[in-house]
Write a protein that binds this ligand. Structure first.
Ligand code: ATP
Length: 800
């Protein structure tokens, strides 16, 4: 038997050449069960820099390059690479398994001075410095600042000296390169280099976006004391040789690398930075989990921050926020899985805003770990549901007598109400307002729906007297006593009608479900879940929060909330403490974007334009430190003169993306894949997003007329890979695409003039903010490329 640890590069290579995967599975299972098996052909390499290096036969052409790092109690192999025979042997000669002397992170480095240094960054012509010049300067003075390197510009690392960067464990040459970057794009080119250990690129970007040296070290070495300013100063004045708290004389030397001892390797495997690039595999099941499916980093290699929040034991409700694409959903999935191991027979609810998003969560959870039971509510395992679906299930499954008692004013004699569609809900309020003679802004269905949801249901008000007295925090429109009286008349009328129809809005069903869960607990002492994990929480309304509070008893790890206040596109702002959910002091933010290129991210953040945003704790939320390590083209902005031209532009863009297959397409695709180059995109990974459903249907017809088939995604996603997906911006919430066209981003469409007109004057400002957030959500769905089209005047939300 043996243990194996697999590097990200090794796993990735198997995906580039899919046929290797089965062979790798055979090789690795054999290696784990009997490392002495002669079929493995494990051989040391003569003259290798690291004496522990071995190669093994994966198939006739390919060999694995690995390190045998321990023999006792069982052999332990660290798999570094898989490559063609000769390439593997050559690599094996040069590779060294080492640990970073400062951070203790495991690193596989080539023992050649140049290899791990990324190509020269694209610096502007005005920039006088060279990486070499910076390095010379650093070695002469012991420390050089980015501002010294490029005095006439404001480099992203201007706040730091070379000693600062070296104190984190970055090599002298990488430090020089990073400090020589005059703008963010240049730094991303350096930091995003695939060959760098992941933690190093991330550390550079974190420093560039506001983190301190101490912050970076605290994340990478959580158990150790972060250096103080005095430590840093001492390190700086002592020069590179003594900047580290380690006793080693040199920081990440680039030649003459010292192989790490077995004990150092063992210790490194526990470091969060190591787990960004390495995974230890001890069982067949774990091996299957790592190898199965297409390569998806998120299933195996988490950022140290993400890992922290997955494993964190909380004292009660906990909130994780972060910009679009920072991996909140990934953390929610891993955390739900982690909680299944937390206690025997744990009952976990993983929920989100819509049924479609819940279907995606269920799919991704299966992808993450098919062995985790996805179960019905109340059973051991994970129940994945949209929050409204969950509410309906609870109401439906509560014994009739308990439900009847809990229902009170909201239920017709213990029935299970049918949910009202949005349209029906608006009509019911319009009828109630008309019937009771309610007039003015407060008679608008949009106002009444929100008053009912945010005040009456939120506080479970059942009498007129309660409503007349109730505080209405956060409501934009002030109400006189007479207005409240009239509104209550409308509420009674609305409720009577719904009781007759045996219907209820989803907001009412959520409150009913909360009451049912409370009543069941009072009757038999048990709530439906032990732990609740909720994603996309920024859009939940007070009824949802009451339900979430009622699902699991208050206690450690009871409620984990993933949200981004900048993506609130549906409901009004909610402050959780008003609903018995206390997160003060238990709230953190993710900042590394894994989805979008830095160019798209900058554009999406530009849409927010410093709009003041408060979070579920009523504290200011910001996008500080939000960063991406991926480079791509700048978003393309196309003004058009009319609908025809806009449709032509969309069709041309899609055609260019959907490169038509040529005679030799198969060969070139295979070659591109083998070389790790980008392929022409899958049609189903392209997204076209519109502000309204009507516009979506116009675009569908327009594109089909131009010979481009599209899949219109309304409620259910057909999920076909053979045509671009067309949907509203609202429907795209929580999704992602390789490339996106935002269609019709005109002044009247975003913000939607119709949506604004629907609101009372006092509620209009919040609605406008939500329209801005909607454009931010839409723009942040694109991974690689973003095209924005409009006719006439552009949306005022587009960044200049
Ligand atoms: N550790 C990781 N390694 C690689 N990819 C990751 C990692 N974490 C997240 N991703 C990828 O980044 C993308 C965004 O992740 P995710 O959907 O979890 O972000 P999010 O914060 O929930 O986004 P949004 O708020 O926009 O819904 C996904 O493609 C996901 O697979």
């Amino acid at each position: 038997m043996s243990n194996i640890t697999m590097s990200r590069q090794f796993r990735k290579r198997l995906d580039i050449d899919g046929s290797l995967k089965q062979r790798a599975w055979d090789f690795l299972t054999k290696l784990m069960t009997d490392p002495t098996s002669p079929g493995l052909h494990i051989e040391p390499i003569k003259g290798s820099r690291d004496p522990r290096v071995r190669t093994g036969r994966v198939n006739d052409n390919f060999r694995a390059v690995m390190f045998l790092v321990a023999q006792q109690p069982e052999p332990h192999f660290v798999l570094a690479a898989v490559a063609k025979h000769d390439e593997a042997n050559a690599l094996a000669e040069r590779l060294v398994l080492t640990t970073n002397p400062v951070t203790g992170v495991l690193e596989v480095l080539e023992d050649t001075p140049a290899h791990w240094v990324p190509p020269a960054p694209a610096v502007s012509a005005a920039y006088p410095g060279e990486a070499g010049a910076a390095a010379t300067s650093a070695s002469e003075s012991g420390s050089v600042t980015a501002a010294e390197v490029a005095p006439e510009v404001s480099p992203p690392l201007a706040r730091f000296t070379s000693a600062d960067l070296e104190a984190i464990g970055l090599s002298t040459s990488l430090t020089a390169r990073a400090l020589s970057c005059v703008d963010e794009d240049a730094l991303i080119a350096v930091a995003g280099d695939e060959r760098l250990p992941s933690w190093q690129g991330d550390a550079l970007l974190a420093l560039a976006t506001g983190a301190s040296v101490a912050d970076v070290l605290a994340q990478l070495r959580p158990a150790q004391k972060a250096p103080t300013a005095a430590d840093a100063a001492a390190a700086s004045s002592a020069g590179a040789e003594s900047t580290t708290m380690d006793t080693k004389p040199e920081l990440v030397p680039e030649q003459g690398l010292t192989p790490a001892s077995d004990a150092e390797v063992e210790a490194a495997l526990a470091q969060p930075g190591t787990l960004m690039d390495f995974v230890r595999i001890e069982t067949d099941n774990e091996l299957r989990r790592v190898l199965d499916g297409t390569f998806a980093d998120w299933r195996v290699f988490l950022h140290p921050e993400q890992r922290h929040y997955v494993h964190l034991d909380t004292n009660g409700a906990y909130r994780l926020t972060g910009g679009a694409g920072t991996g909140k959903t990934v953390v929610a999935l891993h955390r739900a899985r982690h909680l299944t191991f937390h206690k025997n027979d744990a009952r976990i609810v993983l929920t989100t805003f819509t049924r479609n998003l819940a279907d995606n969560l269920a799919r991704d959870l299966r992808m993450l770990d098919p062995s985790i039971p996805q179960v019905r509510l109340g059973q051991p395992g994970i129940t994945v549901r949209g929050i409204d679906q969950l509410a309906l299930e609870i109401v439906g499954s509560t014994p009739a007598e308990i439900r009847a008692k809990a229902g009170g004013d909201l239920l017709a004699a213990g029935t299970v109400p049918g949910p009202l569609a949005d349209r029906e809900e608006r009509a019911a309020w319009a009828d109630a307002a008309r019937a009771t003679g309610l007039t003015g802004d407060v008679a608008r269905p949009s106002f009444l729906i929100s008053e009912y949801r945010m005040v009456i249901l939120a506080r479970d008000l059942t009498t007129r007297a309660d409503y007349l007295r109730a505080p209405r925090p956060g409501r934009g429109t002030r109400l006189s006593r007479a207005q409240r009286m009239s509104i209550w008349d409308a509420v009674e009328k609305y409720r009577r009608q719904l009781a007759l129809d045996q219907k209820a809005s989803f907001a009412e069903i959520a409150v009913l479900a909360a009451r049912c869960a409370d009543a069941t607990e009072a009757a038999d002492g048990r709530r439906p879940a032990d732990y609740v994990v909720v994603d996309e929480a920024q859009d939940l309304h007070p009824g949802h929060w009451r339900l979430l509070r009622a699902l699991a008893a208050e206690g450690p790890n009871d409620l984990f909330i993933a949200e981004d206040s900048h993506q609130r596109i549906y409901g009004e702002k909610v402050v959780l403490s008003r609903y018995g959910i206390h997160i003060r002091g238990r709230s953190r933010r993710l900042t590394l974007n894994y989805r979008t290129t830095a160019q798209n991210l900058r554009f999406a953040v530009g849409i927010l334009a410093d709009t003041p945003v408060t979070d579920l704790d009523d504290e200011t939320d910001s996008v500080a430190g939000y960063r991406s390590a991926m480079n791509g083209p700048a978003p393309a902005l196309h003004p058009c003169s009319g609908l025809t031209e806009e449709l032509d532009a969309a069709a041309d863009t899609l055609r260019a993306w959907l490169i038509p297959p040529t005679k030799n397409a198969d060969d070139s695709a295979r070659a591109a894949k083998r070389d790790g180059k980008a392929l022409a995109v899958e049609p189903g990974s392209l997204g076209i997003l519109t502000r309204s459903a009507a516009q979506r249907d116009t675009v569908a017809q327009g594109l089909r007329d131009r010979g481009i088939p599209v899949q219109v995604v309304a409620t259910q996603d057909p999920g076909r890979a053979d045509a671009p997906r067309l949907m509203t911006m609202h429907r795209a919430k929580g999704l992602e695409f390789s490339r996106v066209i935002l269609f019709g981003v005109d002044r009247n469409a975003v913000p939607s003039a119709q949506a604004l007109a629907d609101e009372t004057p006092d509620e209009r400002a919040d609605r406008e903010t939500r329209e801005r957030f909607l454009l931010y959500v839409a723009a942040s769905r694109a991974r690689d490329a973003l095209v924005v089209l409009w006719t006439g005047a552009p949306s005022p939300f587009l960044p200049q």
